[in-house]
Design a protein around this ligand. Structure first.
Ligand SMILES: [Zn+2]
Ligand SMILES: [Zn+2]
Length: 342
């Protein structure tokens, strides 16, 4: 089969062709696994982190890609969930131990044996891949293969962050940072919690205008004070200032959910402004979001079909994976980039 593989870490500054087209032996599904003929695979920022070594694969060569849509073309022993021809999706979570406390509680995203698709095992930048059947999800009919692919990552993580707020309908929600993930979260929040008012904090006026267009009742700058205190805030920024500012705006017992893989060091001194009575007293909470559990992916796919959420997509061929990655790196963003695999 054809695959675009990564053979080692490099920087896009020196190497605009990090992936190599190779002919690989077809993978064979093991016990409880299915073989998937890939038709579409989304291109994610995490692939840039893998290539440049910020979240390096443990072994090379490796096939990247964790927003995979395809059809089941084979089943291993003890795999009974899907039939040949079924359409499935695969996300960032490839497998977890299934036995530890986290797994048993449905939080397999924080399992010590969490394995990531396209990092710890071969992913979807290829014609075929195998995956444990319990980590593959039916795709709602409303979506084409290419439309469904980008929903499998950012949308599902956004859904988890919204779920972790513990919000009830009618309680107020803040979003600090208004990028691709927050655009999806505001749509989910308005659908799931129709009586909830959403407040958006963003630095640019363009983002604030867009937030109002998408239904925010108020949009202000990071340090502005909204007209009411918030039951929960989701932070998608890489900075610390929004964390401190958001805590100030929470109700007693309110929760700040940080949906960011890492925080930058540049404005870390903002944390020195942390004033216990203003920012933490009266049982305010901070929680981060890590990866996704299966429940997040399957529930989000259903929700996305109901709303419906249709991502704007830019298609590339499998062989054009390097081009798609370079454009993502250079932030030439015209919708989500998806590889169409023949
Ligand atoms: Zn991703
Ligand atoms: Zn586990």
């Amino acid at each position: 089969m054809k695959a675009m593989v990564l053979k080692g870490i490099s920087s896009f500054r020196d190497n605009k062709l990090p992936l190599e087209l190779v002919d690989m032996p077809e993978p064979v599904p093991g016990d409880g696994e299915i073989l998937v003929k890939v038709s579409a695979c989304g291109v994610c920022h995490t692939e840039l982190d893998e290539i440049e070594g910020r979240t390096p694969p443990p072994a090379f060569p490796i096939v990247l890609g964790h927003q995979v849509v395809g059809r089941v073309t084979g089943t291993g022993r003890k795999a009974t969930k899907f039939s040949i021809g079924d359409r499935v999706g695969v996300g960032w979570i490839f497998s977890a131990c299934g036995r530890c406390g986290a797994c048993l509680e449905g939080n397999e995203n924080v399992c010590a044996d969490f394995r990531a698709t396209g990092r710890d095992t071969n992913g979807g930048y290829a014609q075929l891949m195998t995956v444990p059947e319990n980590f593959a999800y039916p795709i709602p009919d409303i979506f084409s293969d290419v439309d469904a692919a980008p929903l499998l990552c950012a949308g599902a993580i956004g859904y988890r962050s919204l779920r972790l707020t513990n919000l009830k309908d009618g309680q107020s929600l803040g979003l600090t940072g208004f990028g691709a993930s927050a655009h999806l979260v505001i749509k989910m929040a308005r659908h799931k919690y129709p009586n909830t008012s959403v407040y958006v904090f963003a630095r640019s006026t363009k983002e604030r205008d867009f937030a109002r267009e998408l239904g925010a009742v108020w949009a202000g700058n990071t340090e502005d004070e909204p007209p009411e205190k918030l039951h929960a805030v989701i932070d998608t920024t890489p900075a610390w200032k929004p964390v401190v500012e958001a805590l100030k705006n929470l109700v007693c017992g309110g929760r700040l959910v940080i949906n960011a893989i890492r925080k930058e060091e540049v404005d870390k001194d903002c944390l020195l402004k942390l004033h216990y009575p203003t920012h933490l007293w009266l049982e305010k909470e901070i929680k981060s979001v890590a990866n996704v559990a299966r429940r997040d992916i399957s529930e989000f796919l259903q929700l996305a079909a109901e709303i419906p959420i249709r991502p704007e997509v830019q298609e590339f061929s499998l062989e054009e994976a390097n081009k798609a990655l370079v454009e993502l790196k250079e932030a030439k963003i015209r919708g989500a980039k998806v590889l169409r695999v023949e």
